[in-house]
Design a protein around this ligand. Sequence first.
Ligand SMILES: Cc1cc2nc3c(=O)[nH]c(=O)nc-3n(C[C@H](O)[C@H](O)[C@H](O)COP(=O)(O)O)c2cc1C
Length: 265
Amino acid sequence: MPHPIFPFTPQTKQLLSKKLVAALSNPAVGDQIVNIPYLRGQSPRPGRRFEAYTRAMAFDELRKDYSGVPLVEGQCASDPAVQFQHWFDGAMRAKVLLPNAMTLATVDTDGFPQARIVLLKELDDEGFVFFTNYQSRKGDELAANNKASLMFWWEMQARQVRILGEIHKVSEAESDAYFASRPRESNLAAMASDQSRPLESREALEARMRSMDTGGELQRPANWGGYRLVPSSYEFWQGRPDRTHDRLEYRQGEGGSWEATRLYP
Ligand SMILES: Cc1cc2nc3c(=O)[nH]c(=O)nc-3n(C[C@H](O)[C@H](O)[C@H](O)COP(=O)(O)O)c2cc1C
């Protein structure tokens, strides 16, 4: 039976995919899309077909059951940094695309969270290092409030890691060493970019890069370098069947030791 609110005119049926017609016949799905104006008795336009399909079907088709390896307290490292390394190695072995891509969330001066992806470039006993422009938006935000969050998502293992901590600039020597290891073009781009400031055109950026390339060794600009997030808490999330995901939160106690607590999914 077609969904009662949705009139299937012959023209509509012709334009909509069989899958979508089937979806619309399901009241649960049909209800979600009756408010799309052109589906309220109007003729759908071919160009909008994808939109209807996306809204009605794609989210439902994306539903996935996770069958990850259980995250069990007794089998996890007592130090979350070790547990992180274990999961990171797993993502590397699985050849995840950019396993070191992490979402960095900061808070701006109006209290809005601001998130963007940066790449983890060093991981040591102290914390998680990434490189950027110190005068970018994130740089300004971290200068005002150095509390931040990192988030990793490794799709193939259905694993998410959330890390909170304070962020500090790495030493000049550390930034110099990393700058020296980068491809020349990347460094020219770092030198030429007033990251997060308005740019009149792409050509202007390219001209600036050319003007900075004097042929000799490139010096790291003072406004470009590394930040290290020193973790104060970690949450490991493992996707499990039927939305019964495993979550373990590690918090540091007085003496510096870590305590893990299981959270409801
Ligand atoms: C996969 C990926 C990796 C990125 N890595 C970095 C990075 O390591 N450092 C960086 O400054 N920006 C990186 N970016 C760009 C940032 O997401 C962001 O656009 C830029 O840093 C400006 O952010 P801001 O305006 O919040 O300061 C990356 C973006 C993507 C999608």
